[in-house]
Design a protein around this ligand. Structure first.
Ligand code: NIG
Ligand code: FE
Length: 384
């Protein structure tokens, strides 16, 4: 994670949407239809954002006041706010409204350099709205230049209709899985394994059913309380365990052994005014591959992977090199897209960004602004 393979005075050659050559400028042909002079700038792979809840209706800026008065995330949720208030707004929104609001966020993500993103359902919590969200994700993937990898997160919270009957709710989700699979509406199934959300047993039950159908497994694990979610990820061969603010060393070892990606979301504790960030240094020492994501959602609303890279360095003591690897190639691994995106390599999709900085060290160092000047998606200039 500490080697970026930087080429000073390099060139990238793109043809038919793919990278066909990369190397020192002197070694790469220069007779192209379009030439972009990047002198004094930094060219790198487009960011991959592997954990987002980008489709939702409404906003929750009022919760900032509640947080300032000392209410915790779970207290806000239990008082009918948090995820449940977004569920209400999302159920009420039409498909067109969801498309419109989500498209706008994707435009912002792309301006900030993200070229591939994951997106989760999970603000429907009933069959109709979960399917509506997944259909919106599918339409956005076609309509927007960015690529989206869809995840089914019906197990995001217990809907009010199922209060006290979480097992029945999990069963209803399992009944929905074949339709999701058949219509190709999701590649992964995710679950919020947490006190007040879903237990370890419920999480396992759901993810085993998803795996049986050929869906990949992801887990929101160890965000507030450690229920054993990250060790479960290792046991099930999940592609990633996500959040990991309170993961133990034993869990990390279990993850490292089977290569579960630790998907860290430093904007979440930031937005919750918490001081407990995932122990990235310990994970790297133990050999857990790390990826980074925004966790874009109405509680933690940022579209900027540049901000995440900054937080990773300043709050989790990752080096700029580690943070950039985690926001590109490792992030691509976390959504099973490493064959196609996440690095500048011959044969990969030409997803490139040009930043107006003399070297990558400026990305975390100069935070809160957008350094991305040009975005190229599949060989086409989409920003700049
Ligand atoms: O990953 N922790 C659970 N789910 C989301 C937040 C969703 C919300 O608050 O709307 C997360 O942080
Ligand atoms: Fe999340």
């Amino acid at each position: 994670m500490s080697d970026l393979g930087v080429i000073e005075n390099g060139s990238v050659w793109v043809s038919h949407g793919q990278i066909t050559a990369v190397g020192a400028s002197d070694d790469v042909e220069h007779d192209a239809e379009t030439i972009i002079d990047c002198s004094g700038k930094t060219v790198m792979p487009g960011f991959v954002d592997p954990h987002t809840h980008l489709v939702f209706a409404g906003s929750r800026e009022k919760e900032l006041g509640m947080k300032l008065r000392g209410m915790t995330y779970m207290e806000i949720l239990q008082s009918g706010g948090g995820i449940l208030s977004t569920v209400k707004a999302t159920r009420e929104a039409s498909k067109e409204q969801l498309l419109e609001q989500s498209r706008k966020r994707m435009d912002t993500m792309m301006c900030f350099g993200t070229t591939t993103t994951e997106a989760k359902s999970g603000y429907g919590l009933d069959k109709e709205t979960e399917l509506k969200m997944l259909e919106v994700i599918k339409e956005l993937d076609t309509a927007h230049p960015m690529d989206i990898v869809p995840t089914f997160l019906g197990a995001h919270a217990i809907p009010e209709e199922y209060a006290g009957r979480s097992e029945d709710y999990i069963k209803s989700l399992i009944d929905l899985l074949p339709e999701i699979k058949e219509k190709e509406l999701a590649e992964f199934c995710d679950v919020f394994c947490e006190d007040g959300a879903f237990s370890l047993e419920e999480s396992k039950y759901l993810l085993l059913a998803a795996k049986d159908l050929g869906l990949g497994a992801k887990i929101h694990a160890d965000e507030i309380k450690n229920l054993g979610g990250s060790s479960l990820a290792a046991e099930l061969g999940a592609i990633s365990a996500e959040h990991l603010a309170v993961t133990s060393e034993d869990d990390m070892k279990a993850m490292a052994e089977v290569g579960v990606i630790g998907l860290l979301l430093p904007a979440t504790p930031y937005s919750l005014m918490q001081n407990q960030y995932a122990d990235a240094r310990k994970m790297i020492e133990i050999g857990v591959p790390i990826a980074l994501a925004t966790d874009l959602n109405p509680n933690c609303w940022t579209e900027s992977m540049q901000f995440i890279i900054s937080l990773a360095c300043y709050k989790m003591k990752m080096t700029p090199e580690e943070a950039i690897v985690a926001a590109t190639i490792n992030a691509a691994f976390a959504i099973d897209r490493a064959e196609k995106v996440g690095s500048i390599e011959v044969g990969k999709q030409a997803d490139l960004i040009i930043l107006d900085v003399p070297n990558y060290g400026h990305i975390p160092y100069r935070f809160g602004v957008n350094h991305v000047e040009t975005v190229i998606k599949s060989g086409r200039i989409v920003v700049g």
